[in-house]
Structures are given as C-alpha cells and as structure tokens.
Write a protein that binds this ligand. Structure first.
Ligand SMILES: Cc1cc2nc3c(=O)[nH]c(=O)nc-3n(C[C@H](O)[C@H](O)[C@H](O)COP(=O)(O)O)c2cc1C
Length: 236
C-alpha cells in the first residue's frame, strides 16, 4: 500500500483519537505539510496518568507488539523515519517491556534500515519521562522529550506544523496507534460496523469500584453497562 492509501483508510475508518479529545486520527495525519526533505516525527503519548485511567498500560504490558506494529504503519503513512514512544518513568515494568518489544522488532527486521526490502527506514526510541501529569498534554510532552521541563506550549503553531524539534509531528495516544494494524488487516467495514454514528470502532474500558467483575474490557464504542457480553454476563 502507498502511504496515502493508508491515511485514506484510517480517515474512512472514522477512528478518533483515544487520548481524550477524540480528534479524527486520519485527519490529523493529513494536516502534516508536504514533504520538504527534512525530518518529521511520530510521538506516541504513553504518559497515561489520569486518575482511574488504566487502558494504555495494560495494552503495553500484554501486547506491546501491537503498538510497535502500529508505530511502524503510522510512520510509513506519514513519512516518518524516527518515532518516539514517551512512557511514564514510574512504570518501569512497562518501559522494560516496550524496550524488549522494540529490540525484538529490530532483530526480526520489522524496524531499522530498509525494512523487509521496502526501502523504508524506521528507528524507534522508547523514552521514559520523569512522571508529571502535565507531560500528558502533547506540547508539554514534546518539551519534556526535548529535555526541558514539561510545560504546555502556546498554540498555534500546532505540532503538525512545528512539533518535536520544531519539525512536523504527529502526537497520538497508545490506543489510537494500536488500533491501526487491525484496521489495515481487517478493513474499514469491519471497523465501522462497530461503534456509534460519530465514533467508530472499539475502545478499552476500565471497570473498577462497585462492580461485580472489575477489569479491562474491549468493546464497541457506545456499549452500555446494561448490555451483557457475548457470554451473557453483565459486568456492573
Ligand atoms: C492535562 C492533560 C493531560 C493529558 N494526558 C494525556 C495522556 O496521558 N495520554 C494521552 O494520550 N493524551 C493525553 N492528553 C491529550 C493530549 O494532549 C493529546 O490530545 C493526545 O495525546 C492526542 O492523541 P490522540 O489524537 O490519539 O487522542 C492530555 C491532555 C491534557 C490537557
């Protein structure tokens, strides 16, 4: 597939960012200015620290390979040769797991120079942040990644125009990027068959507190607590 076809597919899928604001992912990728020969970056926001939020960390613990695959596909689509995953430093076990997954991907030839003879190069850096809630805000995260104290930048310019090292940058949440491989593999129709009219696909829901079966559940967006799962069980 050509990079533009992947961007179009993600636009058609209706995937919206899972980092909070729900911005359409394919549209965000399409905002990058045309290639000027200089670097452009993908930065994965893995800073998850909202109280009660616990979706990206379990994903990265159980299946970091999906995120790495999503990073490779997204980078190819937007023309990025160096991607970063910014993870909270406190979650050392997740950091180690990501490092291992990235190492394995290099060894298998899924990352590095001329990936599987495609002519596409990609390096992935896993960066451990020092741990500050504000560093989850995308421009504070970029300052932190550049080695400064993480404080939000004034916008505009938006990261798409002047992000990491003042170069065009896409910042996407872990779950957003991890949704991409399945969309490419199973297709737009599969993805759009789930969800609501304005928000397609599935999401990861954390159930905690006074519920019968606390845990992490992946389910179509728009599902209610009253709806039983495919085993006929209710979770609340
Ligand atoms: C105070 C604050 C904290 C945030 N924390 C996170 C976070 O931990 N993870 C995240 O993905 N987005 C967080 N965001 C949203 C990001 O700024 C950004 O919108 C998001 O990473 C974009 O990814 P998406 O388009 O894939 O959703 C935060 C925003 C604010 C204002």
């Amino acid at each position: 597939m050509e990079p533009g076809d992947i961007i179009q597919m993600v636009k058609d899928s209706g995937l919206r960012g899972r980092g909070g604001a729900g911005f359409p992912t394919g549209m965000k990728w399409g905002f990058l200015p045309p290639d000027d020969g200089g670097p452009r970056y993908l930065v994965v926001n893995a800073d998850e620290s909202e109280p009660g939020t616990c979706k990206d960390i379990p994903t990265m613990l159980s299946a970091p390979q999906i995120l790495v695959e999503g990073v490779a596909i997204t980078s190819y689509a937007i023309g990025c040769n160096h991607a970063f995953i910014y993870v909270r430093g406190e979650v050392t076990h997740v950091y180690r797991r990501l490092l291992q997954a990235v190492r394995e991907a290099y060894e298998a030839g899924h990352l590095g120079k001329n990936i599987h003879g495609s002519g596409f190069d990609l390096d992935v850096t896993v960066h451990a942040g020092a741990g500050a809630y504000i560093c989850g805000e995308e421009t504070a995260l970029l300052d932190s990644l550049e080695g400064r104290r993480g404080q939000p930048r004034l916008k505009p310019p938006f990261p798409a125009v002047a992000g990491l090292y003042a170069r065009p940058t896409v910042v996407n949440n872990v779950e957003s990027v991890s949704s991409v491989p399945a969309i490419i593999d199973r297709g737009v129709e599969w993805f759009t068959a789930m969800g609501t009219e304005r928000s397609k696909g599935m999401g990861i829901f954390s159930l905690s507190g006074h519920v019968n079966r606390p845990g992490q559940y992946e389910a179509p967006l728009g599902i209610t607590l009253r709806e039983p799962d495919r085993h006929g069980r209710r979770h609340a």
